[in-house]
Write a protein that binds this ligand. Sequence first.
Ligand code: PEP
Ligand code: MG
Length: 886
Amino acid sequence: MVRYVYFFGDKHADGDGSMKNLLGGKGTGLAEMTNLGIRVPAGFTITTDVCTHYYEHNKKYPEQLEGEVKSNLKKMEEAMGARFGDERNPLLVSVRSGARVSMPGMMDTVLNLGLNDDTVKGLINKSGDKRFAYDTYRRFIQMFSNVVLGIDSSVMESILEKKKEERSVRNDNELTYGDFESLVDEFKDVVRKKRGIEFPSDPEEQLWMGISAVFESWDVPRAIIYRKLNKIPENWGTAVNVVSMVYGNMGDTSATGVAFTRDPSTGDNGFYGEYLINAQGEDVVAGTRTPQPVNEISRKNPDDISLERVMPRVYKDLLGYADILEKYYKDMLDLEFTIQEGILYMLQVRTGKRTAKAAVKIAVDMEKEGMIDKKTAVLRIDPYSIVQLMYPAVDIKADKDVVAKGLPASPGAASGEVVFSAEEAEEETKKGKKVILVRIETSPEDIHGMSVAEGILTARGGMTSHAAVVARGMGKCAITGCSFLGINEKNGEITVGDRIIKRGDIVTLNGSNGEVYSGYVSMVTPEINEDFKSIMEFANEFRKLKIRANADTPEDARVARNYGAEGIGLCRTEHMFFKGDRIKAVREMILSETLEERRKALAKLLPMQKSDFLKLYSEMKGYSVNIRLLDPPLHEFLPKTEKEIRELSDIMHVSYERLKAKAISLHEVNPMLGHRGCRLGVSYPEIYEMQVRAIMEAACEFHNSGNKITLEIMIPVVSIYEEIKLLKELVNKKTKEVMKEYGVEFEYLVGTMIELPRACMIADEIAKEAEFFSFGTNDLTQTAFGFSRDDIGSFLPDYLNKNILKTDPFIELDRSGVGELMKIAVDKGTSVRRDIKLGICGEHGGNPSSIEFCHSLNLNYVSCSPYMVPIAIISAAQASLKDLSK
Ligand code: PEP
Ligand code: MG
């Protein structure tokens, strides 16, 4: 027969640690503590199955539940030596929610059930304290009326406040027995008026109403939203715990508190916690009294009175319990306790929430202490939280004035004065100012402004738009797709709703959640320490995937190596075209009308690219370096202003009008699907020839000076076999030529990006030529969904709100569509070339869930922006460990 209720009390529990799905987190904790011999008030847990049954059967309970609750209530009475509804010695209970995973504050709890005009006398009899008994009674009516009867809490709260005013007192502690007695009557009157009923006085009725209210609270809007945000399935349901009441407000030998077995913010191995004498849990939450530290070590003020000092014996018990529990759970724990007249009761145990820094320290320390192994230590780290250790973050405790919200395109946080152009950014930073560059969208020409700005904010664009990709590469905070912003560069103003932000005003960006704040907001600075290095070493022992970085400059490459990258997975050569005066030569190359003119311009670029490559190789000695030939649509490099065209016409000795006409003729309606990638190589082979020459001349010199790298030359946007065939020939021919000139030979690979659906479908043909595949999942996502990566910001919020998409597919790889295409490509590619090197260089290469997918596809490596490397290392190790445990 199915069992719906599990008892705990009298040193024995029906449930155990393996039953979390059935008993919920709180229920399991109470059962386990009881089994460990820890003092827990007796009670029982109604399983999550009942919640599921309740919602599946028109809010009806299984038939046998009533009988099971009755018999377990009886056991509880025996364990506690009191009777539910008894007029002399009443048992009072709390009814508490408890899902499989903690949903803090989202669901309801009712305390002190079982009180009525008769049993309150029993409570007086038991406690010898009239005032306490009536205070408890009014608390019960207040809470029950709100949670169960749905009466707005402010109604009774204001009556209480009025009472305090009449008596000129500050808190509940100073009200008298008479005050509470009259509050009980007044509260009952509210129920009569608001609900047209007498306040329920039958304890059994109260209990069932309480149980239903807690089950109902699974389905309130805030809980639904919380589940959606935290990806908690709807059908899990909550358990309900009915627990004997113990009182922390029975005078000066009673107290209530919370504690952590280690410091949740630093991870230091020391007991840490707070308590309040003569108080109930809700007093701690209400914040009307200042909690005191549990021990002497954590005293901050001379007036602090620690539990260690006032109740040394109880403190010792608490420490003892904490020790037993931490050894049992082998993790840092969050404990709730109540002391009733000098006796300690544990009310809750769960794994403690912690900062990223504490998580790393605790995992490393526990491994050193022999409590957990390295695998467990690595699995304890939330890879997303590593971001907190790499970037400055907005202080969660700081006051914030949110003015707008966009997409969290690049993590971190930054404050500065608003500027509207790259030029302005440069000018202002030269004066020593810190700036935030605000643009409708950024283009490669803004690079110089982006590189000096503290952060970047754009009205358009998605998670893989230019601003996002470049900012992430620079380790700079960025918010994109902030469509609320009305940017008027000319007037130097941004309108957001009815507010105006002017040029020079201070704003703060929170790249972790996409919020824009007005003014400065305090921040927490990152800290890379020995513990961080240790956890990375642990992770390196387990991961199968290699980790590379997308790096275009020697500086990026150095950062990447420092964080543990094992090569470059993508060097976007076009990013080198914007440094200094180079753009002029690039424009000359694009606008040339004859081959001869173009070769002249290319000859200027060759030495610049060559010297860049040499520096890049030097940072990556011994590793693989993947260099991609020119990819983006040419229009990105076109001169736009009259000044730019005039300047060029002087250099090229071509009339202004002719140049302007040429620039206009190169305009494309849909450049992302236009003349880009290998199509440029087909139309203008001399561009690719120059790039291959630069790559190879640098490589030959590097080689001749006794150094080594594994060079990979990558051809972008391939979708037709003939494209790769033709361009591979070009690469090989040029390479041969250069190697001959330098008198050396070494191995190198020629391969392709797989970033178009057709490329996936004909990957077997492509693999006949390509020696490696690198998945360009930015473009593959764009073309598989038909979502423009630069425009998704305008409609993505609707898709997320309406649950059409669960996550942004440009952040988390869409396994069922894009992932399937990748799988086809892997299968087809390996069927032709068994040892084909496989990697990913789209932004997904730094996303934990996508990395797990890449591991399952047996890719050789993932490549991500340099600052994401540690996240990728942890994610790759976790993917291996989860795979092994299957
Ligand atoms: C991609 O498309 O995934 C990619 C890495 O190339 P880019 O972002 O430069 O188009
Ligand atoms: Mg691409």
